[in-house]
Write a protein that binds this ligand. Sequence first.
Ligand code: GCU
Length: 417
Amino acid sequence: MKKLIFILSLISQSMLAQNVNYDEAKIPPYTLPDIMTGVDGKKITTTQQWEANRPALLQLFTENVYGPTPAIATKFHSKLLETNSNALGGKAIRKQVLITFDDYPQLKGINILLYIPKNVAKPPVFVGLNFEGNHSIGDDPAVFITQNWMVDFQKNSERVKDNKALEASRGKAVVETWAAEMIIEKGFAIATAYYGDIEPDHTEGWKSGLRGAIGMTDDQKWSAMGAWAWQLSRMMDYLETDAHINSKKAIVVGHSRLGKAAFWAAAQDQRFAAFISNESGEGGAALKRRWYGETHEIINDKFPHWFSGKYKTYGGNIQSLPFDQHQLFGLIAPRPVYVTSAEGDQWADPNGQFLSLKNAEHVFALYGKKGLGADTHPSLNQPVGSHIRYHYRTGKHDMNAYDWEQYLKFAREVVSN
Ligand code: GCU
């Protein structure tokens, strides 16, 4: 009988998970794994115990979500392809740097676009991947147009044809905004690269991307998210060598799927001083156990290349996942974190993103860092918290000027600490 009830509950869980729920009252009860219990089952009450637990928790995410990052033993070279000290109306230095890998000439490399404010010595920097190529983030005519395969997000054949970006796509990113002028004005640098430099975002993309280049034959062992997080760390390697930048104050930021990648990069690579999740949603900031918006089953069905094979085995049984996303935030602590949601992006489960960060507060508290200062989801356009922060804004799924205004305030505090 017990077995039958268990099977029936699994069936009903998996039926629910195929559907999308937008009603808070319909979310079945769930219990989050206790963040203050280590992977070894012991209670955590000190920072030393938390740090001792860190590798095992990281390993849990590695094994179950992204797959282990392969040892990629190759020499990297960075080459300054182009620079100009009068970019963005004379306020910034522009650099276009290409990182190449000795053993993988089939990869064209990572093309980093940097804007560095002229009036600040060694400024802090926002680091992030972009969706539609470096040339799409602004109308700067000197920025190279990527030659790499691209998702036709806009369905506009004048901008992207046969999955290749055309000149008409310059400055026309619609997937996210990079407020370059505003950022420079406030004394921060930007380092961005196109995520398709490392892996084209489609189910077969791994073959022609990094995973294929290093000889992987099983696309389920490591994941596209793993590869994009790796890309962010290589960008960080470069920043450490650039005398114009303060790489100790590098804030990694990402929107949506690129927020999911930035999350994993920040958790693994402690060189990133802070993390900003812009509507990263399912597989990002949102709690996995909440049945609201996009589900585990839907994301893995639609984007099987984003996460590793083991992750998919939790389909229909998400309650058995040995962790939830609040623990990924724990892995970033005590570094500052900003999480955002939008009213028009219920798909990303705003409250689930808030609760995820909320449930990580205990770890930040171990380090004497304050929490969000709110127990329930805040109203629109009312940012809460300080060291860890959250906002829910009006508007659609996007990274927009309102978001950047808040990020710049947050970043100012990050750099002053
Ligand atoms: C889809 C996907 C989301 C993702 C988003 C994006 O909507 O379901 O998980 O975050 O694309 O990257 O814009």
